[in-house]
Ligand binder design. Structure first.
Ligand code: ATP
Ligand code: MG
Length: 149
């Protein structure tokens, strides 16, 4: 998959407030990312714990798990050249108050925790996170054929 795919989630508060469609529109139209797979679902506490396992020793881990399992999210896979880095710079800094003006987190983020979207931080984690949400037959290339990661 060498750098072409990343996993993103629209977090519970942004879904609850009705921003999912607008966020996806900005990501695809302004950002030039292509949606490869997508699903709306609610994570259980256990699933959120597993997804954020890398942060289990951080002081914000329990709150984060609580928040991420508090309501439905939209999980989706994006394709673009150098997708992981491209998407992280497109969404802006983790803390929305520090995110560059016009980025998604500056537009729809409420706090460092409720920062409206997730983006994978490495190709390795992107693959792990994509496989967390999607089966291999649920990822599609631009022609509608199944993608092998
Ligand atoms: P994400 O992984 O969601 O794309 P990120 O890579 O910018 O965000 P991480 O350091 O991976 O940030 O943190 C994961 C998530 O944990 C953040 O998006 C945010 O929801 C929450 N978080 C991070 N730092 C804090 C903090 N200091 N206080 C509260 N929540 C935090
Ligand atoms: Mg992260």
């Amino acid at each position: 998959m060498a750098g072409r795919y990343t996993l993103s989630m629209i977090k519970p508060r942004a879904v609850r407030e009705g921003h999912a469609g607008e966020i996806l529109s900005i990501v695809t139209k302004q950002g030039g990312f292509r949606i490869v797979a997508m699903r709306m679902l609610r994570l259980s506490r256990e699933q959120a714990m597993k997804f954020y396992e890398v942060h289990k020793d951080k002081p914000f881990y329990n709150d984060l798990v609580e928040f991420m399992s508090s309501g439905p999210i939209v999980a989706y896979v994006l394709e673009k050249e150098n997708a992981v880095q491209a998407f992280r710079s497109f969404i802006g800094a983790t803390d929305p108050s520090k995110a560059e003006q016009g980025t998604i987190r500056s537009l729809f983020g409420k706090s460092i925790q409720e920062n409206c979207v997730h983006g994978s931080d490495s190709d390795e984690n992107a693959k792990r996170e994509i496989q967390f949400f999607f089966a291999s037959h649920e990822l599609f290339d631009a022609q509608g054929n199944i993608i092998e990661l």
